[in-house]
Design a binder for this molecule. Structure first.
Ligand code: GSH
Length: 250
């Protein structure tokens, strides 16, 4: 029997979520080693030179970076198509995926989620009020303005659900974990789109495991996720101590 694909990375990472939603939509069997990257062991460093998640292991093939992984999955499992058929729209979708990974990564993950959630739980550090002020007053409104202008009056960015919707919505899920909600009065299209995307069955299905990962201390997560029915790999690259990776801004 061929081994199912392995995805290394926590259910709370938006980059991991993007990959898992793609796999769910394509109906591909997979297993997860749900480690928080800071707690990866030496084998994790070998598989992920930047000590970042997600990592995909497909037999002998090891891939890093969520965009590289999603592109591989789209080519390997073309149905249903999750990148727009039109050449220009496909390129625009990739740009919005990149905008999500870079700008939403910077603001929603590093300035909001890591300040309020990971900083406290992994590094025992209180949030920086000036970082939070800039995030709420300047950076998040700038992102919302831009996305409101990209979205159609209703529905998905490019007609059918695509990598652009999946990538962007994955970050808004982390914003929810940090208790940020898009103001529907100010950004009605964006607020409705976030709600619709996160209600999609692929996102909703992962939500049960995300809730466990958010609630349970790292050392107990594996057992709790298994009890919740998560498709975990037998082997884990979880190490004992947190280690800062070469790209870490924590
Ligand atoms: N460009 C990468 C970014 C992945 C990334 O930043 N992952 C975060 C988790 S949300 C991580 O592993 N952070 C640990 C670190 O950078 O040290 C991708 O798209 O996969």
């Amino acid at each position: 029997m061929p081994q199912p694909l392995l995805i290394i990375g926590s259910y709370l990472s938006p980059y991991v979520r993007k990959v898992l939603v793609l796999l769910e939509l394509k109906g591909v069997a997979y297993q997860v080693d749900p480690i928080v990257p800071f707690f990866g062991d030496d084998e994790f460093t070998r598989l992920s030179p930047l000590r970042q998640v997600p990592v995909l292991v497909d037999g002998d093939l090891v891939l890093n970076d969520s965009s590289v992984i999603c592109q591989y999955l789209e080519e390997r499992y073309p149905e249903p198509r999750l990148y727009p058929e039109d050449l220009g729209q496909r390129a625009q979708a990739r740009w919005l995926e990149e905008y999500a990974d870079s700008r939403l990564g910077q603001v929603i993950i590093w300035q909001l989620f890591n300040q309020l959630v990971i900083g406290r739980s992994v590094w025992g550090r209180e949030p920086d009020p000036e970082v939070l002020r800039q995030t709420y007053e300047e950076d998040l409104p700038g992102i919302c303005d831009y996305l409101e202008a990209q979205l159609p009056e209703r529905g998905w960015l490019f007609g059918t659900l695509s990598i652009a919707d999946i990538a962007l919505a994955s970050f808004f899920r982390n914003a929810q974990f940090a208790r940020y909600r898009v103001d529907g009065q100010r950004w009605p299209r964006l607020a409705a789109w976030v709600e619709a995307a996160l209600a999609e069955p692929a996102f909703a299905h992962l939500g049960a495991y995300e809730a466990v990962a958010a609630r349970v201390p790292i050392a107990e997560q594996r057992a709790a996720l298994l009890a919740a029915g998560a498709p975990l790999s037998e082997r884990s690259l979880l190490g004992a101590q947190p280690v800062r990776g070469p790209m870490s801004r924590c």
